[in-house]
Ligand binder design. Structure first.
Ligand code: SF4
Length: 328
């Protein structure tokens, strides 16, 4: 899919023309049954826009969003309703994503009502038990201000699953929690995706949480997926210089393990004036001449489900030889 959004508010208030931002550009993703796919990147890389496109809030300006093989652009009103039932959401901020006036029982009953499903107290209780809020009757009458951050996120996950979705879209669901609660929530999501047989797209800026939970990772930079790979191979053998830098910047909590922790120097490019050629060139230690003028519009299909958008690994249109051959 590719999406163009525009920064209207600031510009219109200032009386200027709206500036168009290609927030997501040429992204191809296929989520398979029971698969967990991660999307990782710095803030501003387009992952939130991608998520909003995946839930149908934004219409792609090019390309298509297919659900069970059917383009969402052809959905009827009823099909959109069914789509919203089948795609559960878990947001980043459990402190604001729950309505403070709703008890836990009402929070879980509301999606059933919206989607025309029968109110089922037994199902609500089972769902609370599944997310570790046990005994369920202790939690039913509680309000968000009577729950810890981790308990709120468990309620939000239960709400996302109560309509029996095929897919969960999770937007940094652990990032606002303390470290031990983060681990609990990740383990819970891991278990629930298996137990309920749902697929998940997990979006985060934190490579360690994404690599813990995801089967496959899409690394995004300035609106594009620059590398896509099964998780183990990405960690063992990162190919794109941006992925390599992300992995180098993960702290290792072991005083006996010596490794220089790298930071990614320079500033990300301006999405309103996208750099010509490779979008990562200003920060890339491997930059070559060809990188200045020739972008990789769409990463070519790689072997073993890997793709990497970088001149280091492929012959490029100018015919100059790449610095390094793809050996994988
Ligand atoms: Fe670096 Fe060139 Fe690869 Fe971009 S295309 S990541 S500048 S080597």
């Amino acid at each position: 899919t590719s999406t163009g959004l525009f920064d209207t508010v600031k510009n219109r208030i200032a009386g200027r023309e709206p500036a168009y931002v290609q927030a997501v550009d040429g992204v191809n993703m296929e989520l398979r049954e029971n698969q967990v796919q991660g999307v990782i990147g710095e803030s501003g890389c387009g992952k939130t826009t991608l998520l909003r496109t995946l839930i149908g809030l934004y219409e792609p300006t090019g390309g298509e969003l297919l659900f069970h093989g059917q383009p969402t652009s052809e959905f009827t009103k009823e099909e959109w309703k069914e789509f919203r039932r089948q795609v559960g959401l878990v947001f980043q901020d459990p402190f604001n994503s729950l309505d403070p006036k709703f008890s836990v029982r009402r929070t879980l009953a509301e999606p059933l009502e919206i989607h025309g499903m029968d109110y089922d107290l037994e199902r609500i209780e089972e769902m609370l038990e599944s997310v570790g809020l046990s005994p369920a009757d202790k939690y039913l009458g509680r309000f968000p201000n009577q729950l810890s951050g981790g308990e709120k996120q468990r309620v939000a996950i239960a709400r996302g699953l109560i309509t029996e979705p095929d897919v969960i879209l999770a937007d940094e669901p652990a990032s606002m929690l303390d470290v031990s609660t983060q681990a609990e929530i990740l383990n819970l999501l891991n278990r629930l995706t298996d137990e309920f047989g749902v697929s998940m797209v997990y979006i985060s800026h934190d490579l360690s949480t994404v690599s813990y939970i995801c089967d496959e990772i899409n690394v995004m930079y300035l609106g594009r997926v620059v590398e896509k790979s099964p998780t183990r191979r990405l960690l063992a053998e990162p190919k794109h210089p941006y992925t390599q830098a992300l992995i180098q910047s993960i702290p290792i909590p072991d005083p006996h393990y010596e490794r220089e922790r790298a930071t990614i120097g320079g500033e990300p490019g301006d999405p309103i004036n996208m750099p010509k050629g490779c979008r990562f060139k200003n920060r890339c230690p491997e930059r070559m001449e060809v990188c200045d003028h020739t972008p990789y519009d769409v990463p070519p299909d790689g072997e073993d489900d890997r793709t990497v958008a970088c001149h280091l690994y492929y012959d490029h249109p100018t015919g100059e030889s790449a610095k390094q051959e793809d050996s994988a």
